[in-house]
Write a protein that binds this ligand. Structure first.
Ligand code: ZN
Length: 134
């Protein structure tokens, strides 16, 4: 795994939270993107070399809506950049980690993504992401 690619934060109201994070970080978001297949709307901020992703559920069945109902707003996942997501999934699987989607799927921000169940990572939902190169 390479560096932390971004930190994902679950929010109830993306517009309101965009204003909070714009004030907090001193920069406006640079992108809003909806991932229809996941039922989420995302907003990205850059703070120096770091990225923050705000996520709001767009329907009741969205993993974000379920998370908010269970735990409330807050840090939702930590994403790590990887060079080869397929190889990294295989490595983590062989180490005993529970992979939520063994086939990488298309996430926000031009990335292929896969998630590691928090149960196998001390309560932290870990996202692997690989830039889509074409
Ligand atoms: Zn993410």
């Amino acid at each position: 795994m390479n560096k932390i690619e971004h930190i994902g934060i679950a929010v109830k109201d993306l517009d309101a939270s965009n204003m909070v994070f714009e004030k907090l970080l001193g920069v406006p978001n640079y992108k809003i993107e909806e991932v229809l297949t996941e039922g989420v709307k995302t907003s990205f901020f850059k703070s120096g070399p770091n990225k923050i992703e705000l996520l709001q559920g767009t329907n009741e069945d969205s993993p974000i809506s379920k998370f908010l109902k269970k735990k409330g707003e807050g840090v939702h996942h930590i994403a790590f950049a990887v060079d080869d997501i397929v190889a990294e999934i295989a490595r983590l699987k062989s180490e005993g980690f529970l992979i939520l989607n063994e086939t990488p799927k298309k996430g926000a921000d031009n990335k292929l993504v896969a998630f590691i169940h928090p149960r196998s990572a001390n309560g932290v939902l870990v996202e692997l992401c690989q830039e889509i190169r074409d």
